[in-house]
Design a protein around this ligand. Structure first.
Ligand code: P6P
Length: 350
């Protein structure tokens, strides 16, 4: 007699292998409405961008002109890598004719890219960092793409995209693609956080982790301690604390997506505070800190500037920056406690 469990494994295996990204979006929303179909299509387009970028990264070392610098600087004043330009163009290419978006706003473009008049227009805006951590590209260490999706509000006839200057509470969807030993797409549409692993043999992202819950506390603290001399005393107090207490371990890759991904699964805290050179911090709100904050909160974690939730921060300009403290609830609260203590002392001293 065939053992009952064999048929169950087989059924589970088929179902597990068939949970693709587009299907998962519909399962999440429990509807096939026009909005759900738009969101599913948007996620599919992002997945296609991820596949194209992953393919290029996997063979960049063998391709003439794929690596290295372009020689120009972006709006951030950062030297642009050839991979930055390629990835930026990929997102434009996969969305241009999609009829899903009206604009794309990127770390690599001073102003948003407006879908040309001869292309179908959509009601959404994609905000993205095409390659986060591009300093890692040439040395084959993980990098990522970060994305955020907002619904267009108003008609933006003046081309200032002022409707984008709102808090992250307006986000419809957010996520990232991590280009590591495997390519993993992590996303949320406000109903939990879910991870999909690219199966190159299928050319599909397949569900690998559903309803990810960030541990309340974790051992990891992730920050560039080379900036210690530039930090506020409160952040130094926190670093001195973890240096003197058992149970902490430092992990820092130079690419926010990989460092966040570790904390999403293992717990802990990532911090990029303000510095003397960049008091408002280095990371950009609309397409770096806000999308990750959206994920962190959906996974039961937190994200703070140190004095307010990231998702409540309202940018004054498209490329506004914020300090970032993101991760497990307890660990973010511990960092904030040192900031609050220093504030209390400063008030008491006056
Ligand atoms: P630093 C990469 O340039 C990035 O934007 C993030 O991915 C990363 O966490 C951070 O900057 C690294 O900055 O100053 O430590 O090199």
């Amino acid at each position: 007699m065939v053992e009952a469990y064999e048929s169950l494994d087989y059924e589970y295996a088929l179902d597990h292998d068939c949970t693709t990204l587009s299907r998962h979006v519909f399962q999440q929303l429990q509807t096939f409405s026009a909005d759900a179909q738009d969101l599913s299509a948007i996620m599919n387009r992002i997945a296609l961008a991820g596949k194209l970028i992953a393919r290029r990264l996997s063979r960049a070392g063998l391709m003439e002109g794929a690596l290295g610098f372009t020689g120009s600087e972006n709006v951030q004043g950062e030297s642009v890598k050839k991979m930055d330009v390629y990835a930026n163009e990929v997102f434009i290419a996969v969305f241009k004719q999609s009829g899903l978006v009206c604009r794309l706003a990127s770390e690599e473009m001073e102003k948003p890219y407006y879908i040309p008049e001869n292309c179908p227009l959509g009601r959404y805006t994609l905000l993205y960092d095409p390659i986060d951590g591009s300093s890692n590209v040439d040395i084959n260490i993980n990098v990522g793409s970060i994305f955020a999706v907002r619904q267009q509000e108003g008609d933006d006839l003046d081309g200032t995209a002022s409707d984008l200057l709102q808090s992250g509470r307006k986000l419809i969807a957010a996520g990232y693609i991590l280009y590591g030993p495997s390519t993993v797409l992590v996303y949320s549409i406000g109903k939990g956080v879910h991870a999909f692993t690219l199966d190159p043999s299928l050319g599909e992202f397949i569900l690998s982790s559903e309803n990810i819950q960030m541990p309340e506390h974790g051992p990891v603290y992730s920050t560039n301690e080379g900036n210690f001399w530039q930090w506020d005393e409160s952040i130094r107090d926190y670093i001195r604390y973890v240096h003197r207490h058992e149970g902490y371990t430092a992990r820092y890759s130079g690419a926010l997506v990989g460092d966040f991904h570790r904390i999403l699964f293992q717990g802990g805290v990532f911090l990029y505070p303000g510095t003397v050179k960049k008091p408002e911090g280095k990371l950009r709100l609309l397409y770096e800190t806000a999308p990750l904050a959206f994920l962190a909160e959906q996974a039961g974690g937190r994200a703070s500037t140190g004095t307010q939730d990231i998702l409540d921060a309202v940018p004054e300009k498209l490329h506004a920056r914020t300090p970032l403290i993101i991760g497990s609830k307890e660990d973010v609260a511990l960092v904030e406690s040192f900031i609050q203590e220093r504030s209390r002392q400063a008030i008491a001293a006056h």
